[in-house]
Design a protein around this ligand. Sequence first.
Ligand SMILES: NC(=O)c1ccc[n+]([C@@H]2O[C@H](COP(=O)([O-])OP(=O)(O)OC[C@H]3O[C@@H](n4cnc5c(N)ncnc54)[C@H](O)[C@@H]3O)[C@@H](O)[C@H]2O)c1
Length: 413
Amino acid sequence: MIGVGMIFDETYRPFFESVHREGLYDRRHGDVAVPLVAMASRTGTRAAKYQVDLQDKLPPFENYSGTSSVDQMLAQGVDFACVATPDNRHYDAAKKVLSAGVHLLIEKPSVLSLSELDDLTQLAREQHLLAKVVYHKLLDPDHKKLRTLVHDDVLQHVNTGYCSLLEPKSISGGQFSEWIVGRNPGTYVAVHYIKLIDFTFGGKLKTVMATGQRGLVGPKDGPTWDSTQMRMIYEYADGREAAFDIHTSWVTPDNFPGYVEQEVQFRFDNGVWNGHSRKRGIECTVEGRTPFTLKTTMNNHYNGTFVEPWGARSQRGYGIEVLERFAREVAYVEFAGEPADRSQRLHEMQALGYNDLAADRQTVAAVQALEAILERHVAGEPDCVVRVNDPLGGLVLYHPNGRPPEVLYSGMV
Ligand SMILES: NC(=O)c1ccc[n+]([C@@H]2O[C@H](COP(=O)([O-])OP(=O)(O)OC[C@H]3O[C@@H](n4cnc5c(N)ncnc54)[C@H](O)[C@@H]3O)[C@@H](O)[C@H]2O)c1
């Protein structure tokens, strides 16, 4: 495990606890043990706390810290490694993982540029390894249903969509304050919707536009963003287009009744899909607790703690299911048949576009475009537009004042 922050606590920790308790079984490979053997982070402080907290729940694990923590962890020998560092630090750790011959799982967004993605996908191919990314919202039952209706042609031809995701102030002001300077909430969370749109509707990304607001997390003319709004335009096989707007913020008041507010609308030729993460039916008030330590409209689907009807305590949801699914993919490649057929099993798992890095190109392209547009905005030039697979290159940034376009990525996206 590389990076031991909030997401470790929310999803990886319950995954490792349950897989230790219950094993990972499939008839094709039998029971596979998935022990957490080591953590690597900057300071090692949280991992040291987990070593104490988890001592009855998990076998002992190593805690590596400092600048060579990732190398030390990999030298210990592991089968797969998960990268959950801040997003602008995914690439270096991911490259080390694949170079060490270890399967890779990266938190979203995978990487911030197509050249980094090219390096990692090439390395994974050369090393015959899985290189995958966690987009847990693709496993949200509501998003699965949306995709099922699109896949089955019940909902036909998307025309427009809007998505909004609001994170509380405590994210930008507390949790992430170490690395937030120069960062934006779009790369951090709009990426979930970029992927949802890309994976659910297919098509070719054509254009990316973006703007945003500053002044709360950092100075109004500084490089750190409070909120961002981006627009993506896609073209489909029949030549028709769709536009998607994605609004994100990490400065919502902490007493907001939900924790993370997620709302989407997609309009089709023959229908409309409206989704709201907080309004799936729950509204709960507890004196002195909601909305602070307990949320008024809680999301029990992502990651909830429960007493099961049979008495056991559990923590479950799609945020954890997505990690188990990756462990199953690794187990399938390594153990579900003869070693001679490993490459066939590897190709089967690499073909899964929902999480393979090779299928993340348009998402990374949109993120790289967003980052570039916001960077030019900070430098005093708002309203740039990035066009994809343009005559000049794969990602080309156009300036509003007529300066010559800049090629951000020359290959085809
Ligand atoms: N918090 C969430 O709800 C959430 C949800 C989904 C995905 N993610 C993703 O998970 C990743 C981490 O998010 P988080 O919320 O856990 O962040 P965090 O700030 O809570 O934790 C980051 C961790 O990375 C470690 N770290 C920083 N630089 C490092 C380096 N160079 N080498 C090794 N370790 C390093 C830090 O010590 C810390 O343990 C991000 O990519 C984020 O997008 C977070």
